[in-house]
Design a binder for this molecule. Structure first.
Ligand code: SF4
Length: 656
C-alpha cells in the first residue's frame, strides 16, 4: 500500500494558476521507483499530487526530475548521470495512441537535455504494473536487467544471457524466459553496450526511443533492459464521461483526420517535400531528387511494391507502422522485414542518393536491431558519403568505396559504424559532430562542415535552405535538431509566412512557441502527435486529462504547463553551458545553395536568421540578446526555484 504521506518536493513546485488539485488525483499510480544500480537497491516513493498535476507526465516529469536531481556538469556516460523512465496518466486507458513512454537523461550526443519517446506496449504494461516513473542512478558492477512484474521488482544479472545480444533477440529471449509474449521489453543492443552516443532503445521490435543517445546512457549503467508485466486495474476520475469522449475520439482517429498515417504513412512526405525543395538529398546538397520526381522512390511505390503489413501499437487503431518485406528470392536480404517511415527513407535513401529499397530496409534493420537511432545513423552515413566524394576519406581508410548511391558498401559501413568496428566505427560510430572532430584532428580540414547536426543531434528530413521559420524552430529545439519539439516546418510548408524571407520575427516566434508548447503537453500526456488533429481544440485535449485525473486543467492552463516544461528544460541546458551560438543551423545552409528546384540559388542569411532568433527569444519572454529567460518570465511560470541557479556549470568534464 502506498503511503500517501510520502509526498515529494511540494515546496519546490511550479504552481499552476486556476487549477484545483483534489485530495485524490486519479489516473496516475503516483509510484516512483528509485533504482540504485551501484548498490543494487530498489526503493518506492510517492509522487505528490502537486507534482503530477503540475508536471503532467513524460516530458514534464523528466524535465523536473533532471533539473532537481542531476548534478550540473555530470559526464553523460558516467555514473552521476540519471536515467529516467516516465509515463503520463493515460497508458492503460482507451485514449487513442496513449501507450507511450519517455526516457530522459543528460544526452551523450549533445551534452544537453536528452529525451526520447517511444510507442508500442511498454507504457500500458508499466501503468498496469502500477509504475509512473523509474529513476536509475549509479552504475551496476555487472550487466543487469530490471523486472517490473506487478509488485515484484528486481534486478537480474545478465552477463551470460542477453548481454551481447541484439535488441530483437533480447526481447525474444526474455519473453521466452517469462513464458509471456506480451511481456513489454525495452532493450539496448550492441551499440548501447559499447556506449555509442547514437544508441537507441528498442521495444516491441520496431518501436524506438531513438534520439539523443539514451541507449548509451543505459549501456553506461550496465542496464541491458527493463521488462514490464502488469495486471492491475486503472482507475479514472470520471469513467462514464471519459468513456463517452474517448469513444468519440477513437471514431475520429479512425477517420480522415489520421488517414494519411494509416494509408500511405509518413512516406507520403517524400513527394510533397520534394515538390517544395525541402527533401534533403545527397547530404543536403539538393532539396529535390529525380528518383522521387520519376516515381521510383515514393510512398506509392513503397506501398504498392514492398509493404506487406501495417501494425498498430497498444491502444491505437491508426496502425501507422508500415512493414516492408524483401522477397525470398533476393540474393542478399531474402525475407528481410523492416519497419519504415519517411525519416528512415531520408536517412538511408535520399540523403545518400540511394534508391535501392532492399539496401534501405537492410540499413534500417541494422539500426533497430543492433540499436542506434536510424535518423542519426543515416545522416552520419550521408556525411561519410559526401566526405568520400570530396576526397576527405578514401578507400584506403575504409577498405571499400563509399560514394553517394552506394548499396552493399553502405550496409557494410552501417554495420561497422554501429558496432564501432574499423575506420567507419572508430570515426563515425558516435555521430556526425564527433566524426568531424576526429577527422579534423587527423588533419582532414573542414570535415566537421559535412556533419548535418544542431547541438550535436543529426537533422531530420527537412532541408531548410528555403525554410526560414523552421530554421529557427529546429535550432531552438532543446534536444538539438528535431522536427518533434515544434512543428514549425508546417509554417513554411503551408505558407503561413514567406519561407524565404525574414520578416515578422515576433509573429513567427509566437507561432513557433505555440507549436512548441503544445508539443510539450503532448509529450507529457504522452500521446502520438499524429492524433493532435482528432481533438476539437486545446480545451478538449485538457478535458480528457481532467476526466482521467480529476484535475481541472483547461486548454490555457495546460498550455502554460507546456511553456513551463520547455522553459525548464531550456534552463537545464543553460546550466550545462548552452549559449546563443548553440541555436544555429549548420554552416552549409549559409554557404552552399541548391542547383535546382524551388530553393535553387538560395542560402540562409546570417543577419536574417539572427533577427528571427531574437524574435523567438523576445516572444518567449527571454532576454532578446542572450536567449536566457528573464526572472519575470520564470516567476510568471512558477519557476521561481530556477532564479539564481542559472549560472553555467564550470565543470565541463562531460563535454565532448
Ligand atoms: S499512431 Fe503509430 S506510433 Fe502512434 S500509437 Fe498508433 S501505431 Fe503507434
Amino acid at each position: 500500500m502506498i503511503n500517501k504521506k510520502l509526498l515529494q518536493d511540494s515546496d519546490k513546485m511550479s504552481k499552476t494558476k486556476n487549477i484545483t488539485i483534489p485530495d485524490d488525483v486519479e489516473g496516475y499510480s503516483q509510484t516512483r521507483i528509485d533504482v540504485d544500480l551501484t548498490k543494487g537497491t530498489i526503493k518506492e516513493t510517492v509522487l505528490s499530487n502537486d507534482f503530477v498535476a503540475n508536471w503532467i507526465g513524460g516530458y514534464g516529469f523528466g524535465a523536473k526530475i533532471l533539473w532537481d536531481e542531476l548534478k550540473p556538469g555530470a559526464d553523460p556516460l558516467g555514473p552521476d548521470n540519471i536515467f529516467i523512465f516516465s509515463i503520463g496518466p493515460f497508458p492503460g486507458t482507451i485514449l487513442p495512441t496513449s501507450s507511450k513512454y519517455g526516457v530522459f537523461a543528460k544526452s551523450p550526443l549533445t551534452n544537453m537535455f536528452g529525451m526520447a519517446i517511444s510507442s508500442g506496449s511498454v507504457g500500458a504494461q508499466a501503468r498496469r504494473a502500477g509504475i509512473n516513473a523509474i529513476i536509475f542512478k549509479g552504475k551496476s558492477p555487472k550487466p543487469v536487467y530490471l523486472v517490473i512484474d506487478d509488485d515484484d521488482r528486481y534486478l537480474v544479472p545478465c552477463e551470460n544471457t542477453v548481454w551481447g545480444k541484439g535488441c530483437w533477440d533480447t526481447e525474444e529471449i526474455l519473453r521466452e524466459e517469462f513464458q509471456d509474449h506480451r511481456l513489454a521489453v525495452m532493450a539496448i543492443g550492441q551499440a548501447g553496450e559499447r556506449m555509442s552516443r547514437m544508441a537507441c532503445i528498442t521495444n516491441d521490435r520496431n518501436r524506438q526511443a531513438g534520439r539523443t543517445g539514451m541507449g548509451a546512457v543505459m549501456g553506461s549503467k550496465n542496464l541491458k533492459a527493463v521488462c514490464f508485466r502488469g495486471t492491475k486495474p486503472i482507475k479514472v476520475a470520471k469513467p462514464k464521461e471519459f468513456y463517452q469522449i474517448a469513444k468519440k475520439l477513437i471514431k475520429v482517429a479512425n477517420g480522415p483526420a489520421t488517414s494519411k498515417y494509416r494509408d500511405q504513412g509518413t512516406p507520403a512526405g517524400l513527394v510533397s517535400y520534394n515538390k517544395l525543395g525541402m527533401m534533403p538529398t545527397f547530404n543536403y546538397r539538393e532539396g529535390t531528387w529525380e528518383k522521387i520526381t520519376n516515381g521510383e522512390f515514393t510512398g506509392d511505390t513503397l506501398n504498392n511494391e514492398w509493404v506487406v503489413k501495417k501494425v498498430a501499437c497498444s491502444q491505437c487503431s491508426i496502425a501507422c507502422d508500415h512493414l516492408a518485406r524483401v522477397p525470398k528470392t533476393h540474393p542478399d536480404y531474402p525475407n528481410l522485414v523492416a519497419s519504415v517511415d519517411v525519416e528512415l527513407l531520408y536517412g538511408f535513401g535520399t540523403a545518400i542518393g540511394n534508391a535501392d529499397w532492399p539496401t534501405v530496409f537492410k540499413c534500417i534493420t541494422l539500426c533497430d536491431d543492433l540499436g542506434i537511432d536510424a535518423i542519426s545513423g543515416g545522416v552520419t552515413a550521408a556525411m561519410a558519403c559526401e566526405l568520400f566524394e570530396d576526397g576527405l576519406i578514401t578507400k584506403d581508410d575504409l577498405g571499400y568505396e563509399l560514394p553517394f548511391g552506394s548499396t552493399k558498401n553502405l550496409a557494410k559501413f552501417t554495420e561497422e559504424m554501429i558496432l564501432g568496428q574499423g575506420f567507419a566505427g572508430e570515426i563515425f560510430g558516435d555521430g556526425t559532430r564527433l566524426a568531424g572532430k576526429r577527422l579534423e584532428e587527423m588533419g582532414r580540414k573542414n570535415a566537421g562542415y559535412y556533419g548535418m547536426q544542431i547541438k550535436g543531434l543529426e537533422m531530420p528530413a527537412f532541408d531548410i535552405h528555403g525554410m526560414t521559420s523552421f530554421a529557427v524552430g529546429e535550432s531552438v529545439s532543446i534536444r538539438g535538431a528535431c522536427h518533434l519539439r515544434n512543428g514549425a516546418y508546417g509554417l513554411d510548408a503551408k505558407g503561413t509566412f514567406d519561407r524565404f524571407a525574414y520578416d515578422k520575427p515576433l509573429e513567427r516566434g509566437k507561432k513557433i512557441i505555440d507549436l512548441e508548447d503544445v508539443y510539450a503537453v503532448i509529450d507529457s500526456y504522452i500521446i502520438c502527435k499524429f492524433t493532435r488533429g482528432i481533438y476539437e481544440d486545446d480545451d478538449e485535449m485538457a478535458k480528457v486529462y481532467e476526466l482521467v485525473t480529476g484535475v481541472n486543467h483547461t486548454g490555457d492552463s495546460m498550455k502554460e504547463r507546456g511553456t513551463a516544461i520547455v522553459t525548464l528544460s531550456k534552463c537545464f541546458n543553460i546550466r550545462e553551458g548552452w549559449t546563443r551560438a548553440d541555436d544555429h543551423p549548420p554552416e552549409k545552409f549559409f554557404k552552399d545553395a541548391h542547383t535546382k528546384g524551388p530553393a535553387k540559388g538560395i542560402t540562409l542569411k546570417e543577419d536574417g536568421f539572427q533577427t528571427l532568433l531574437s524574435g523567438y527569444y523576445e516572444a518567449r519572454g527571454w532576454d532578446k540578446e542572450t536567449g536566457i529567460p528573464t526572472n519575470a518570465t520564470l516567476k510568471s511560470l512558477g519557476l521561481d526555484f530556477v532564479i539564481g541557479n542559472l549560472e553555467p556549470t564550470k565543470n565541463k568534464g562531460g563535454k565532448k
